[in-house]
Design a protein around this ligand. Structure first.
Ligand SMILES: Nc1ncnc2c1ncn2[C@@H]1O[C@H](COP(=O)(O)OP(=O)(O)O)[C@@H](O)[C@H]1O
Ligand SMILES: [Mg+2]
Length: 246
């Protein structure tokens, strides 16, 4: 199945475009004129040292944080100007988010965690359960459906988080260091599952990572330094800085 959205020239269309983003937190300037485009169906890796603004950029693109200045466009819609209601609607329907850890609700079973976004979007329980089980199966954690998050390995937990991000059929998935807390084997399993899901669903993925081996799964890579986005070969100094903080 290919739902990739390509224009006649063969280049995937921009889906989310950000230009000139700035964001200040107290005295720290997290973004200083960051611009980036996420194209339909692509996996875009964003690398950079700790504190370079990667998470802030992701939050701005996903409509979680509003930039101080600059534009974020999702198709024809301006996310930097959208209402809170519209942004939370988009996060329920069009966007999925995966963080490094801690995003599953510990009191709920794995299956209930994955059903939750569907229930919030108004899907009935039986359909939500079927869909949740289908995505758990695809991510290889169907057998863990009745467990609580605390009973999972790190890699299983991240695959459940991916299932939850994909269960609503998002157009874009934002993953902030999804393998950052995993050993390399579990990290590879998570990435293989992520790439499969992206290709099958046609969703675009913005993937933040410190790890060059993880970035290698992406179609394209950009890097951040001091709150601005750069493309082309990642300078050795940036690779080193990213590598050393693990
Ligand atoms: N919610 C926040 N409150 C205060 N400072 C923040 C917040 N988020 C980010 N920052 C600061 O902004 C800068 C960029 O942070 P961040 O986007 O998290 O970078 P990265 O993900 O690359 O490590 C850092 O100096 C960080 O301390
Ligand atoms: Mg971060």
């Amino acid at each position: 199945m290919s739902t990739r959205n390509e224009n006649p020239s063969g280049a995937a269309e921009p889906m989310i475009g950000a230009t000139g983003l700035t964001k200040q937190y107290g005295r720290s300037q997290a973004l200083r004129g960051a611009s980036v485009t996420l194209r339909a169906g692509e996996i875009l890796a964003v690398t950079g040292a700790s504190g370079s603004g990667k998470s802030t950029l992701l939050h701005c693109l996903a409509g979680i944080v509003r930039p101080d200045e600059g534009e974020v466009s999702y198709g024809r819609e301006r996310l930097d100007r959208a209402s809170e209601n519209r942004l939370s609607e988009l996060r329920r329907t069009d966007f999925g988010v995966v963080f490094q850890f801690g995003q599953l609700i510990p009191e709920l079973t794995v299956r209930d965690n994955v059903m939750l976004p569907l229930l919030l979007a108004g899907t009935d329980r039986a359909a939500a359960q079927d869909r949740a089980d289908e995505w758990l199966e695809r991510f290889g954690v169907r057998g863990q459906a009745a467990l609580r998050p605390g009973e999972l390995s790190g890699g299983q937990g991240q695959r459940v988080a991916l299932a939850r991000a994909w269960v609503t059929g998002p157009k874009a998935v934002f993953a902030d260091e999804p393998t950052g807390a995993l050993d390399s084997l579990a990290g590879e399993q998570v990435m293989t599952a992520l790439v499969h899901a992206a290709r099958e669903s046609g969703a675009a993925v913005l993937l933040i990572t410190h790890d060059a081996q993880i970035a290698a799964y992406a179609d394209r890579e950009v890097w951040l330094r001091d709150g601005a986005v750069h493309s082309g070969a990642t300078p050795f100094a940036v690779q080193e800085a990213a590598h050393h903080e693990g």
